[in-house]
Design a protein around this ligand. Structure first.
Ligand code: HEM
Length: 162
């Protein structure tokens, strides 16, 4: 990655028009910090949101309210490699151009799990299996109770009319 940035700064970005890009890439290369996945994935809240996109780590907290796609999608993209989510939307060049503002470092890709893991506050996940079990039993019992009640009422009314 570092080599790629050096090559870019040396060759492609030499023209004066690309000076600002050169400065951005140089600052990215010199001040880069490498994070491990667990360090990044804990930043998954409304006021603290870090993303992993194309091997880089972005702190998008200040951008959450202004993100045209909303803050929910940004939060949903935390705790995993968000490259595919980002690419699937088909973000414009403008969107890509603003990413450097939120760049805070690189990710050690060997620490990124293949499957999504939940760290800290968990969403859409119910660790209490007991309530799910009770619901299943109730789903079975309630119709039986109604049937039994219907039979009881029927035989009671039959007895009365006889
Ligand atoms: C540093 C990261 C990001 C930046 C700077 C960014 C920026 C932007 C910008 C400027 C737009 C307006 C449309 C465009 O110019 O393409 C946009 C739209 C959008 N973004 Fe992001 N985005 C980021 C990450 C993400 C991620 C991780 C997702 C997850 C799926 C996402 C989902 C969306 C969606 C759904 C839209 C709306 C698309 C539409 O309605 O046309 N963005 N984003």
């Amino acid at each position: 990655m570092h080599t790629a940035i050096s090559l870019l700064t040396k060759n492609t970005l030499k023209s004066p028009q690309n000076l600002h890009l050169q400065q951005i890439y140089q600052s990215m290369a010199s001040s880069k910090k490498t994070f491990v996945f667990n360090e990044v994935s804990t930043h998954n809240k409304t006021k603290d949101c870090w993303l992993i996109i194309e091997g880089k780590v972005y702190d998008v907290t200040p951008f959450m309210e202004d993100h045209p796609g909303g803050d929910e999608v940004l939060l949903a993209a935390t705790g995993k490699d968000a490259t595919n989510d980002f690419e699937d939307v088909g973000h414009s060049e403008d969107a890509r151009g603003m990413m450097h503002k939120y760049y805070i470092g690189e990710i050690d890709t060997s620490t990124v799990p293949l499957k999504r893991v939940f760290v800290g506050k968990e969403r859409n996940y119910n660790p209490d299996k007991t309530s799910a079990f009770i619901i299943k039993i109730l789903q079975f019992l309630v119709p039986l109770l109604i049937l039994g009640l219907a039979f009881a009422v029927r035989s009671y009314t039959k007895d009365k009319s006889a």
